[in-house]
Design a protein around this ligand. Structure first.
Ligand SMILES: O=C(O)CCC(=O)C(=O)O
Ligand SMILES: [Fe+2]
Length: 297
């Protein structure tokens, strides 16, 4: 797409996206658009029932239910259901053993529902015609976690960051390292309370480069409290302003799915209220000339 096009997502249905762009995932990988957004991809009532199942099966211990009083400074930042390469990547044996338990859990977790992971993988396939979408795997067949449920408590957020096994974490020992680009897929299952100015995610047109790496090594992205909470990111806002980065604020409702380039800076702003934000999240590896897309969490 010409550089003069405004940097806005493609959406809001699969047909609309494909009618405007034949290879939307390629456009996302090249940074030409901030996101691909599928509104109402998953039925809202099933979002609620699936969240209820996470609680009922005791999978999210310590997670407040909507309406519970949450203190201004909750001790836990979030509860995860699923396997995270980011958390366990330095311990491969533990990581793959954890992933086996997650696959076992997911064999029945979605009984009676539209399978949310299959749905997301199918969407990825349609957005990347000609490619095969698979749960990431090593050459010996060991599988990664296929997706993760992230339940975020109010008053936390993710400061501007990128996620990249290749460019940031340099996980050369993993098969997913082979892909040129790392993208992310999110399905919103439970919105937090919508207070003024709320956004699910702010996407910056700022791919990873040496300058950004340098900035991320300093505390320019935000002054951290002892517990890791970022109180003040005015330094980053000033940097983004001075470099003139385009930004796009994604606002979702339950059942919306979106895909973005996780190697471009993005942030989940802190939100208030009393409802945890719950998403199903994946990362996936994409290369223009690779017939496969590997998905993991
Ligand atoms: O929850 C989202 O919308 C994005 C999350 C994210 O940036 C991440 O998991 O790294
Ligand atoms: Fe991220």
């Amino acid at each position: 797409m010409p550089a003069t096009m405004p940097w806005i997502p493609l959406g809001s249905t699969m047909d609309e996206i494909l009618s405007r762009c034949g290879r939307p995932m390629a456009a996302l990988a090249r940074g030409e658009v901030p996101a691909l957004v599928l509104r109402g991809a998953y039925p809202a009532d099933q979002c609620r029932q699936l969240v209820a199942r996470l609680y009922d099966r005791g999978l999210a211990p310590g997670l407040p239910r909507p309406g519970d009083l949450i203190p201004d400074r909750p001790k836990i930042e979030r509860v995860d259901v699923g396997t995270s390469l980011g958390n366990l990547g330095n311990k491969p044996e533990e990581f793959f053993a954890h992933a086996v338990r997650t696959q076992e859990l997911y064999r029945t977790l979605f009984d009676g529902f539209i399978h949310p992971i299959d749905l997301m993988y199918q969407a990825m396939g349609k957005l990347a015609p000609g490619k095969r979408v698979l749960t990431a795997r090593e050459a010996d067949g060991r599988l990664y976690g296929p997706a993760i449920f992230r339940c975020h408590l109010p008053h936390w957020g993710y400061p501007p960051h990128i996620d990249s096994v290749r460019k940031r974490e340099k996980r050369t020992g993993y098969a997913v390292h082979r892909f040129e680009h790392q993208l992310a897929g999110i399905l919103l299952l439970q919105s937090p309370d919508r207070l003024e100015g709320y956004a699910d995610c702010v996407l910056y047109n700022c791919p990873w480069n040496d300058e950004v790496a340098q900035i991320m090594r300093t505390d320019f992205l935000g002054k951290k409290e002892a517990d890791g909470r970022v109180l003040d990111k005015r330094g980053f806002d000033a940097y983004a302003e001075s470099r003139g980065f385009e930004r796009y604020r994604i606002v979702l409702t339950e059942g919306d799915m979106y895909f973005f380039n996780s190697e471009s800076l993005h942030e989940v702003p802190r939100f208030g209220g009393h409802r945890p934000r719950i998403v199903m999240a994946t990362f996936f590896g994409y290369s223009e000339d690779d017939p496969e897309i590997f998905v993991w969490s």
